[in-house]
Design a protein around this ligand. Structure first.
Ligand SMILES: [Zn+2]
Ligand SMILES: [Zn+2]
Length: 347
């Protein structure tokens, strides 16, 4: 099979590899779609170092068909099914796992840098992941849309942590692909007032189509306009979906008392210091949290929304390239003109 092997930063080759033998309980997926995410770009460039060991095969947002299994599949799955893959394997016994925070387990293994990922024709799924339910059936969904379930689930986890599904008003700062996914989810979950901020008119128009009622370019008047839109209350939930601290600070004055803010994006190392008034946090009981990855239950829930059509995501993958063009796909994703770039193998 063809695999895009990353031997070190900026050193990726496409190589013909043997398909690994399947141990009892393992299964093999034929990749139908693998998406390039910001994390892949950071791994490729060598700026994400944590838990990355070379050589590695990237690709953690993916869907494939079950090509083969060594032993019975979990109930409800058969060879040939299209599955979206929950890409992490938590340890199950650390303090995070025991508290139900398995998505931030420090011992977790992740497809796409610790377990070979989906920038390949096939992905080998270990028995433990098959047994744990990491393969989620999504027959009938377009493969690219099935692969979007992973980042959508991360957005859903973040929205839950700030109680956004029950919010009166939600502010999403940054309308790249993840910002748009937050807006679509919030809209599908019934959030009435959604505000989107981004400097790009094109992205704001996408945000409006995704369910934002008020779209604003960043600027001196943005916070005031948000207050007017919310009848002076401000927003009670805010997501920072772009890794810039200056995309955070101007909106603190648009928060309502008791508001919850999620720092969803990763911030560049060295440029991640926030200026927040401690007294503002104190007197307003603001909650400032982060979110990372998602739970399997989030993944299953979002997969059901995509499968039953509650959530429309068919337009989020704007370019698809062949596995041989994996480097070009990473560069295209970095250029930022696409929402998501997909990689697939010629069938
Ligand atoms: Zn990702
Ligand atoms: Zn754990």
């Amino acid at each position: 099979m063809k695999q895009a092997i990353l031997n070190g930063p900026l050193d990726m080759i496409i190589k013909e590899q043997e398909i690994p033998p399947l141990e009892p309980g393992d299964c093999l997926l034929r990749v139908q779609s693998a998406l390039v995410c910001g994390t892949d770009i950071r791994i490729y460039e060598g700026t994400k170092k944590k838990n990355v060991t070379y050589p590695t095969v990237m690709g953690h947002e993916f869907a494939g068909t079950i090509a083969e299994s060594n032993g019975p599949l979990p109930h409800g799955l058969v060879v040939g099914d299209l599955v979206a893959v929950y890409p992490i394997m938590p340890c199950g016994h650390c303090s995070a796992c025991v508290r139900g925070r398995e998505n931030i387990c420090r011992n977790r293994l992740a497809f796409g840098y610790q377990i070979p990922g989906a920038f390949a024709e096939y992905v080998h799924v270990p028995a433990a992941a098959v047994r744990a339910g990491n393969l989620v059936k999504v027959n009938g969904v377009r493969p690219n849309s099935a692969a979007v379930i992973e980042p959508l689930s991360c957005a859903y986890n973040g929205l839950k942590l700030i109680d956004a599904p029950a919010a009166h008003a939600l502010l999403v700062v940054g309308c790249g692909p993840l910002g748009l996914m937050h807006i679509r989810l919030a809209s599908a979950l019934g959030v009435k007032k959604i505000v989107a901020v981004d400097p790009s008119a094109q992205r704001l128009s996408a945000a409006a189509k995704s369910g934002a009622q008020l779209t604003l370019a960043p600027g001196d008047t943005a916070a005031r306009e948000i207050l007017e839109f919310t009848d002076g209350d401000g927003v009670d939930a805010m997501v920072v979906a772009v890794g810039r601290t200056d995309a955070f600070e101007p909106y603190l004055e648009a928060l309502s008392p008791g508001a919850k803010v999620n720092l969803f994006a990763g911030f560049p190392t060295g440029k991640d210091v926030l200026a927040v008034s401690a007294n503002d946090v104190h007197y307003n009981e603001y909650s400032l949290i982060g979110s990372s990855s998602c739970h399997l239950s989030d993944f299953e829930f979002v997969a059901s929304m995509v499968t039953d059509g509650t959530l429309q995501v068919d337009d989020l993958v704007t370019t698809t390239m062949e596995i041989e063009e994996a480097v070009a796909a990473l560069e295209a994703a970095k250029a930022g003109d696409d929402l998501r770039v997909g990689i697939t193998a010629r069938s």
